[in-house]
Design a protein around this ligand. Sequence first.
Ligand SMILES: Nc1ncnc2c1ncn2[C@@H]1O[C@H](COP(=O)(O)OP(=O)(O)OP(=O)(O)O)[C@@H](O)[C@H]1O
Length: 253
Amino acid sequence: MTPPGRPEGECGSAGGAGPALAITGLRHAWPGQRDDLLVIDALVLAAGEHLFLHGPSGSGKSTLLGLMAGVLLPRTGQVAVLGQDWAAMRAARRDAHRAAHVGVLFQQFNLLPWLDVLGNVLLPCRLSAQRRQRAAARHGRAEAGAEALLQRMQLPAASWRRPAGQLSVGQQQRVAAARALIGMPALVIADEPTSALDAALRDEFMQLLREECAAGGSSLVFVSHDERLAAQFSRRLSLAEINRARPAAAVPA
Ligand SMILES: Nc1ncnc2c1ncn2[C@@H]1O[C@H](COP(=O)(O)OP(=O)(O)OP(=O)(O)O)[C@@H](O)[C@H]1O
């Protein structure tokens, strides 16, 4: 069934009817590391499923999100979004698949500092006709969609034409959140997305996240150290539950 807000036939354009995310037989080590940081036999996220992922600092959560988003490739194994394995695609195809189907909010935000706020939010729509069409279907025009998200994130209109690099850290985090959500991607990946927000903004963001994901039938992987937020998720997972890699400290010299 086509998720709400997703035009008929779109799953086909993504190349198959696979789940939002499927990890199989994954092993990953950073260059220079002797031992694998991540050994995950299987993890599947169904369409519309929302996962709260937690674990100690340095346990590999951000690395796993990078692998899910296809910005990192595993040493072995498969990480597929909508049935498409990142490692099986050429780099340009990976970038196109990510732009169309994945909204990413990383800890470093990765905004283009010289580009204005609206330009940053609209980037996925410039890179993907599907994201632009979905934003337009929801708001009339993609630009109106960007403005609506920025308004909900309480970024004043006076800031929309300012270079993103001139904003405070908390404001940049909100711009990055709007960019991740625009055009209702099939998979939203958020790494500590509320770390720079005060309590009121955090609550508003969580509500916006729920609404946007519901409207698009989007799946969500949400990493946070804030255990208060865990209760809002139907599925909660500690990375240690699925990661069979032995912690480096446990490896005998
Ligand atoms: N670019 C990189 N190159 C080499 N090693 C890295 C790189 N990024 C992370 N690591 C290593 O991978 C391990 C896991 O880091 P990662 O950032 O994934 O953990 P995390 O669980 O997200 O931590 P935190 O909760 O502090 O954000 C750490 O030992 C870190 O040093």
